[in-house]
Design a protein around this ligand. Structure first.
Ligand SMILES: [Cu+2]
Length: 236
């Protein structure tokens, strides 16, 4: 199964549906038992005659224990199963993918369209995005594959990553400080970036995804976490 896009929203709806079902069962069960097993006025409060430190085995109900163990287990196995394909797809390396570096910093994203350009002697420095001019990367046929520039969003300058529809991209994720997590909102992809660990995700934006969408940080990383956004644009 493919990752991201419509598959993400399909999973999103199914997970929300089951979350709602579980919520209703738990809340109804909670109120039913709270009301049903209330002690009456004037009755002994220790209605079950509990003794501290002694497990009241006589109140045990094997059927109930099996039910609340097996039913959630089946649900979790089912949800894991349907989410497995898209996650596996997102993590399956495509050797032909065009690589883009995404580096998290407190509190901005640093993109690099041409990670192979850097030599081993010149490790990536965290250049503040305000100082970066637009960079473009063309493939051997002279087609623009990736562009990094800036865009003004509600009065703030944000990085803008432009990628081409139907091209395969491999995003190499790193962090210069704490853990961040870029969330490609419209693609439904997210992955942690951690210091000293390189993580990757692979995606081919489709023609249906042409246009701009938000990239935001979804791992709390300090004061300006909420402003750690960027714009991702897919062009034809
Ligand atoms: Cu963050």
């Amino acid at each position: 199964m493919e990752a991201g896009g419509e598959h993400f929203w399909y999973l999103f709806d199914i997970f929300n549906f089951w979350a709602l079902i579980v919520l209703v069962i738990v809340v109804v069960w909670l109120f039913y038992n709270s009301l049903r097993f209330r002690s009456k006025d004037g009755s002994d409060n220790n209605i079950d005659n509990f003794t501290p430190g002694v497990f009241p085995k006589e109140n045990d109900d094997l059927r109930m224990e099996l039910t609340w163990t097996i039913v959630p287990f089946i649900l979790i196995v089912y949800l894991t199963y349907i989410a497995w394909g898209p996650i596996d797809e997102m993590w399956t390396a495509d050797p032909d993918a065009h690589e883009i570096n995404i580096t998290g910093n407190q509190w901005y994203w640093d993109f690099d369209c041409d990670p192979l350009r850097d030599t081993e002697d010149a490790p990536e420095s965290s250049v503040a995005m305000e100082n970066r001019s637009s960079t473009m990367f063309y493939n051997d046929n002279g087609i623009l594959i990736c562009e990094i520039t800036t865009i003004e969003v509600e009065g703030q300058i944000k990085p803008l990553l432009r990628v081409k529809a139907d091209e395969s991209y491999g995003f190499i994720l790193r962090s210069n400080d704490v853990t961040h997590a870029p969330f490609f909102l419209d693609w439904g992809l997210k992955e942690d970036t951690s210091q000293n660990v390189e993580t990757r995700l692979y995606y081919t934006p489709s023609m249906d995804e042409i246009g701009s969408s938000l990239l935001m940080c979804t791992e709390y990383c300090g004061m300006d976490h909420g402003y750690m956004t960027a714009v991702v644009e897919v062009y034809e």
